[in-house]
Design a protein around this ligand. Structure first.
Ligand code: SF4
Ligand code: SF4
Ligand code: FES
Length: 315
């Protein structure tokens, strides 16, 4: 696994490293490798080094990042040949005095927009295709919620790992099938699909299994496991796909039905309807009509079904 090395931040990196960046200019169509020398300090990450280059040496270098703490999943890039989060990768992990050169490339299997910036449009279309949200048949409860859907601790623990995915795309960049089949749903989307198939609160498991059964679905997986090796959140999408395949196989033989579906339980006693805001409370933005937002239903359309949700705010 390419997890975080907790001791890496305490190691001293080489004084100066050479960052070799694979660059691309969409206007001229030119692709080239560019080298930058960067002075380092203890605790410096690859993202810190790239931002230092951008600030002090070459402001034309393009990359994506946001949280700088391994949460948003936007700084994925290929570092020394392995997909990693740049903000989670210490210089000391990937370079030393004997080899102070770090190569940085845009994520594989994604179209490159510019330099290290990749296009996630198709990746998120696949994510959307697996319907990564709960789907229920009790429309009345959906439209006017009166309770909650509970799941047992064991049922939650069974799927918890798969809720940790931050959609960073590293698994997709490492997947050899995604490299040859651009329509392959990929480890991230299939991991999400599995997570909802086993979620006891979800009732659309048959619809989900049909999506997985597509020619670009779970049957394409070679079970090479590289997706799981690079996941920064230690999710195991390869295992999810194997379990999904096993469920699908049994389902097609008529041997699988989802055993448990959570019913509606009363809301916890401590829930109370929200108290109205005091008159002196000011909205965060004067342009947003919060009252209207609370009143307006949110309509989600899933194939031929229309689900209407209303905001209910509790204390
Ligand atoms: S499964 Fe892991 S590597 Fe893949 S998108 Fe989710 S967090 Fe990233
Ligand atoms: S296990 Fe399947 S999804 Fe994961 S990298 Fe291999 S082929 Fe791709
Ligand atoms: S910047 Fe958010 S995960 Fe790296």
């Amino acid at each position: 696994m390419v997890g975080i090395d907790p001791k890496a931040a305490t190691k001293t990196p080489p004084k100066v490293v050479t960052i070799r960046v694979r660059r691309y200019n969409p206007v001229s169509g030119r692709e080239w490798w560019q080298e930058y020398k960067v002075e380092t300090h203890r605790g410096m990450t690859v993202l810190d080094a790239l931002l230092k280059i951008k600030e002090e040496i070459d402001h034309t270098l393009v990359m994506r990042y946001s949280c700088r703490m391994g949460v948003c999943g936007s700084c994925g890039m290929v570092i020394n040949g392995t997909p990693r989060l740049a903000c989670q990768t210490q210089i000391a992990e990937v370079a030393d005095e004997a080899n102070p050169v770090i190569t940085v490339e845009p994520l594989y299997n994604f179209p490159v927009i510019r330099d290290l910036l990749t296009d996630f449009t198709s990746f998120f279309e696949k994510h959307r295709k697996v319907m990564p949200y709960l789907i229920r048949n009790d429309r009345e409860e959906q439209e006017d919620p009166k309770g909650q859907y509970l799941m047992s601790r064991e049922d939650y623990e069974y799927l918890e790992e798969f809720t940790l995915c931050i959609s960073c795309g590293l698994c997709y960049a490492a997947c050899p099938v995604a490299a040859i089949d651009p329509d392959y749903l990929g480890p991230q989307a299939l991991g999400y699909l599995f997570r909802y198939v086993i979620d006891t609160r979800d009732e659309a498991w048959e619809m989900r299994l049909k999506i997985a059964d597509d020619e670009h679905g779970c049957h394409r997986c070679h079970y090479a496991g590289t997706c799981s090796m690079v996941c920064p959140k230690v999710v195991d999408p390869a295992q999810a796909i194997q379990r999904l395949r096993s469920i699908l196989f049994k389902y097609k033989l008529g041997l699988y039905r989802k055993k448990k579906i959570s019913g509606i339980s009363p809301p916890p006693k401590e829930w109370k309807p929200r108290k109205p805001l005091p008159p002196e409370a000011k909205p965060v933005s004067s342009e947003v009509d919060y009252k209207k937002l609370e009143e307006e239903p949110v309509v989600i359309e899933v194939e031929d079904r229309r689900i209407t949700l209303r905001h209910k705010i509790y204390e």
